[in-house]
Write a protein that binds this ligand. Structure first.
Ligand code: ATP
Length: 246
C-alpha cells in the first residue's frame, strides 16, 4: 500500500510556557479521501492545521513532540513554502482573501510559491477554474466586493493554484446560506474526485460527515473519538453534540 497523503504522529503542541494546546495527536488522511476534524471551539482544530501547514510559529506555538509527514516525507521542521512545494495547500476561511486585489490577482498569488512559468500558471488557473466555474465571470472584480460564497470559492481557488496533493480546508461553510453550503460541498467532492486528499475542519458536522470517509473528534487538545464517518454520524453522542439532534 502507498503511504498516506498526510500522517500526524504523537503530535503535541504548546503556546508559551504553560498552555498545552494539543497532546499526542495521531491522525491520518489516506490518499484520495476526505477526512474531517470536528470539535468544539478551543479544542485545538486551528492549532492542528497550523502544525500541518507550518504556520504554528507565527502564532507563538511550538511542537514539543511528534511529527508531520506529507506523502511519506517528514516535514515537521520544513517552512510553509517548502510544504507547499511538496504538495500541501491550505484554504483559509473565505474572508481572508485580499479584498483590494481582483479575483485574478488573488488566484495568481496562490501560485506564487510554485514559481510557475507562464504556460504552467495558465494550466494551474484552468484547472482551478474547472472546479469553480462561477469565478470565470468575476476575474476582474475586487475580492472585497464578492459575496461570502464567492469569497469562499476564491479562497479554495487560491489554494488550488499551487496544485496540491493534500488540501487543508478551514471552515469552508462558515457563515454561508444553506444553498451555498451545498455548492461548496459539491466543489469539495469534485476536487476529491480529481484525486486530491482533503483534511476538512468544519463546524457544520452534518455536512462534513456526509462527504468524509473518516472523522476525528478533538476535545481539549486530544482525539477523543475517531472512526468511519458513517459510524460517527449514527452515534447518539456525536449527534447530540455536533449534529443538533437530541
Ligand atoms: P475555534 O474553532 O474556536 O477556532 P479551535 O478548535 O480551532 O477553536 P484553537 O484555536 O486551536 O482551537 O485553540 C486551542 C487552544 O489553544 C485554546 O485553548 C486556545 O486558547 C489556545 N490558543 C490558540 N491560539 C493561541 C495563541 N496564539 N496563543 C496562545 N494560546 C492559543
Amino acid at each position: 500500500m502507498s503511504e498516506p497523503a498526510l500522517a500526524v504522529t504523537d503530535l503535541s503542541v504548546r503556546y508559551g510556557a504553560a498552555a498545552t494546546a494539543l497532546t499526542g495527536i495521531d491522525l491520518m488522511v489516506p490518499r484520495g479521501e476526505i477526512v474531517t476534524l470536528l470539535g468544539p471551539n478551543g479544542a485545538g482544530k486551528s492549532t492542528l492545521m497550523r502544525a500541518v501547514s507550518g504556520l504554528l510559529h507565527v502564532h507563538g506555538g511550538v511542537i514539543t513532540s511528534g511529527r508531520v509527514e506529507l506523502l511519506g516525507s517528514d516535514v515537521t521542521s520544513d517552512r510553509p513554502a517548502a510544504r507547499v512545494r511538496r504538495g500541501l495547500a491550505q484554504a483559509l476561511e473565505g474572508r481572508q482573501v485580499f479584498p483590494d486585489l481582483t479575483v485574478a490577482e488573488n488566484l495568481a498569488a496562490g501560485g506564487h510559491v510554485r514559481r510557475y512559468r507562464k504556460a504552467q500558471a495558465r494550466e494551474a488557473l484552468e484547472r482551478a477554474l474547472s472546479h469553480l466555474p462561477r469565478l470565470h465571470d468575476l476575474m476582474d472584480r475586487k475580492a472585497g466586493y464578492l459575496s461570502g460564497g464567492e469569497q469562499q470559492m476564491l479562497a479554495i481557488g487560491r489554494a488550488l493554484m499551487s496544485q496540491p496533493t493534500v488540501l487543508l480546508l478551514d471552515e469552508p461553510s462558515l457563515g454561508l446560506a444553506p444553498k451555498i453550503v451545498e455548492t461548496v460541498r459539491d466543489i469539495i467532492l469534485d476536487i476529491r474526485d480529481e484525486g486530491t486528499s482533503i483534511l476538512l475542519v468544519e463546524q457544520n458536522a452534518a455536512m462534513a460527515l456526509s462527504i468524509a470517509q473518516h472523522g476525528y473528534v478533538l476535545e481539549s487538545g486530544r482525539i477523543v473519538r475517531s472512526g468511519a464517518a458513517a459510524d460517527l454520524r449514527d452515534d447518539d453522542e456525536i449527534a447530540a453534540l455536533y449534529l443538533g439532534v437530541s
